[in-house]
Design a protein around this ligand. Structure first.
Ligand code: HEC
Ligand code: HEC
Ligand code: HEC
Ligand code: HEC
Ligand code: HEC
Ligand code: HEC
Length: 470
């Protein structure tokens, strides 16, 4: 597949390297530049046809260069091979396994292949409840933000472990109140199911696997799921239950309208009793794609507690990330306080140092931010991301020369980053170093020969107007 975009008389054209998603709701597309993966602004929706990819809606000038981070691939790929310290660089080839493998749910297979009998491999259904639920939650518990424990990556999780052994997912407190859950803060089936009376009243018996066979989709969903319900509720229910009661799902697990993108819930997993008006409202409401706190008092809480020694650090990181993403100052402040307090216990933790640095660099304390980044660099030398942050901090402090040095260092480590070229060219221009500014645009175009932005910048830098604008 080739995708092409035209704007202002300039064009950008790419061969698609990979597609993401089964297509039941949507397919997104990835391109490869250098050994870097980027998401195309075009996706295909089962309901709407071609459309702008989720997250691109509000961009005036969409381009092909949204970095595909390892986290996206952790949920959609068997095993991705990201290069540590980079935003979106991968080994060549980028994947040890493309489609989701047996290992993701059944754990390591070596012992089983040597001795292929039941018991030589994990059967998720037989795990202790927390580890069992974690198998599906590794991908199906979206939440607000996952925070890995010190020294861990999300991808270190393996079936058989509890999620919190590796990372904790933070959700809004308001999403957990079963009497009055805020629907705007619930963005995964795992969160909804936990609120259901079925889950709350059956101890640990009910889990995803009670209803879903991960190896096959049911041919007749109505009959298949009805049998699952009656396994617990018993056929005696049907005599006292209002009629008709053929399609349990239509009334208790209604289908919600599909939103744009793949990350909305389509089937209500709260398994509740709805009055007819409420059902009609649910089916008509626009579904949620991403969430915001219910009120200014809303708090972030871990889905399940991490080991106690990491609780403060992980919560601090959760507040810092959500605060920065949604530009919520009270969350950022809260994150900062927690991180300062946790710092004593994790003096050299590069993730904590970087998060604190990012908060500082927005507050006229760039010198402190730089010291934090330097400390983090001691633990992770040559991290592109740390040099990039350092450059931004220097730029914000008005220290153009250091900013130039660090942006140059960033690009020396990784020439396939888009933003540093633009910052750098602006800084050279401000310094009246026009030749260097022009050369920066040429390097930008060399790294991204198809970029409309880069083509335009080179034109502009050379004194020409863009071709179409007479
Ligand atoms: C490695 C990530 C991963 C794991 C682990 C995982 N899933 Fe999924 N699941 C997905 C993705 C991604 C999709 C969407 C389909 C696609 O794009 O491939 C999906 C789709 C589904 C669907 C919808 C299928 C359809 O087409 O209607 C069900 C049901 C489901 N998963 C259940 C489970 C259950 C139950 C478990 C745990 C036993 C589980 N999944 C574990 C990633 C995962
Ligand atoms: C936390 C895990 C997770 C992350 C991170 C994630 N996804 Fe998904 N994605 C899922 C799951 C699970 C589904 C299926 C959801 C459902 O059916 O309710 C899905 C669905 C989709 C779909 C629709 C698939 C279909 O079967 O119709 C697309 C497309 C998609 N995701 C693309 C992406 C891209 C691109 C990224 C990264 C930029 C990404 N996702 C990040 C877990 C994830
Ligand atoms: C999305 C998660 C998931 C993936 C991927 C997955 N499985 Fe499973 N598998 C399960 C679950 C959950 C069960 C337990 C079903 C039950 O007993 O309720 C299971 C059960 C099984 C069983 C039956 C075990 C027994 O003792 O009864 C076999 C065999 C099996 N899987 C093989 C595979 C193979 C081979 C692959 C890869 C091609 C695979 N599975 C991929 C989740 C998964
Ligand atoms: C693991 C067992 C189990 C399964 C499977 C199960 N339920 Fe339940 N469900 C319960 C328990 C336990 C309760 C609470 C006690 C009761 O009402 O019987 C409950 C309660 C309910 C309620 C009352 C909810 C309320 O708010 O008062 C409804 C409705 C319901 N279930 C419907 C379903 C439907 C529909 C299915 C199938 C899609 C289903 N259940 C599957 C165990 C289960
Ligand atoms: C009580 C039964 C039941 C349980 C338990 C259950 N599901 Fe579902 N799930 C359904 C039904 C019914 C559908 C709709 C299937 C259809 O329309 O064909 C569904 C659909 C889905 C889909 C497809 C997208 C959507 O929202 O329609 C995903 C993904 C999914 N479930 C994930 C999960 C996960 C993850 C868990 C565990 C946290 C889980 N389910 C637990 C009954 C259940
Ligand atoms: C036409 C809509 C409809 C269908 C279909 C339906 N239900 Fe219900 N269900 C209701 C309503 C309404 C109530 C509340 C009844 C009341 O309060 O007297 C209810 C109550 C329940 C309850 C809790 C009350 C009780 O009697 O224990 C359970 C459990 C339940 N349903 C399960 C199911 C199952 C399982 C199916 C499929 C076999 C099903 N329902 C099909 C509408 C429906």
């Amino acid at each position: 597949m080739t995708q092409r975009m035209e704007r202002d008389g300039l064009a950008s054209q790419y061969s698609i390297a990979y597609s993401v998603g089964s297509g039941a709701h949507a397919v997104s597309y990835l391109i490869e530049v250098g050994n870097h993966l980027f998401e195309s602004p075009l996706s295909y929706y089962a309901q709407f046809g071609w459309g702008i990819s989720p997250g691109y809606e509000n961009l005036k000038a969409p381009d092909f260069y949204r970095a595909v981070r390892p986290q996206c691939l952790f949920c959609h790929v068997g095993e991705a091979l990201p290069i540590p310290g980079t935003l979106n660089a991968y080994r060549n080839p980028a994947f040890a396994a493309e489609a989701i493998t047996c290992e993701r749910c059944h754990g390591p297979t070596t012992a089983h292949l040597r001795n292929p009998v039941p018991g030589s491999i994990i059967n998720p259904a037989n795990l202790a409840p927390r580890a069992r639920d974690s198998v599906c939650e590794q991908c199906h518990l979206g939440g607000e933000v996952p925070v890995p424990n010190p020294g861990k990556q999300v991808s270190d999780f393996h079936a058989g472990e509890n999620l919190e052994d590796v990372f904790s997912v933070y959700v809004y407190q308001s999403s957990r109140d079963p009497t009055n859950p805020n629907p705007l803060t619930i963005i995964s089936q795992s969160q909804q199911l936990a609120l259901s009376q079925c889950a709350r009243s059956s101890g640990d018996k009910l889990w995803c696997g009670t209803c879903h066979d991960p190896h096959a989709l049911p041919k007749d969903p109505v009959a298949y799921f009805r049998a699952r319900c009656l396994n617990c509720h018993g056929t005696a229910l049907l005599t006292s239950h209002p009629k008709p009661n053929q399609n349990c799902l239509a009334c208790h697990m209604p289908r919600l309208p599909a939103g744009r993108g793949g990350h909305t819930i389509f089937t209500d997993h709260r398994i509740a009793i709805y009055a007819p008006q409420e059902l009609a409202r649910l089916r008509a409401a626009s579904s949620v794609n991403g969430s915001t706190p219910a009120s200014s008092e809303d708090e972030l809480v871990p889905w399940h507690n991490p080991p106690p020694q990491f609780a403060e650090r992980n919560l601090g990181l959760a507040y810092a990330r959500v605060g920065s993403e949604l530009e919520l100052l009270p969350f950022t402040r809260r994150g900062y306080q927690l991180l300062v307090s946790a710092w004593n216990d994790f003096p050299n933790d590069p993730v904590l140092l970087r998060a604190m640095g990012q908060i500082m660099s927005g507050t006229k304390q760039e010198a402190d931010a730089e010291a934090l980044y330097d400390k983090a660099l001691a633990a992770e030398p040559n991290s592109t991301l740390l040099y990039y942050d350092k450059a931004l901090a220097a730029e914000q402090a008005g220290d153009g020369n250091n900013a130039i040095n660090y942006f140059e260092k960033t690009l020396q480590l990784d020439p396939w980053l888009v933003d540093p070229y633009q910052h750098l060219a602006r800084l050279y221009t401000a310094n009246a170093q026009l030749a260097l500014a022009h050369e920066t645009y040429i390097r930008f175009l060399k790294a991204f020969p198809e970029s409309i932005e880069a083509k335009r910048d080179v034109f502009r830098g050379s004194g020409h107007s863009t071709p179409n604008k007479k």
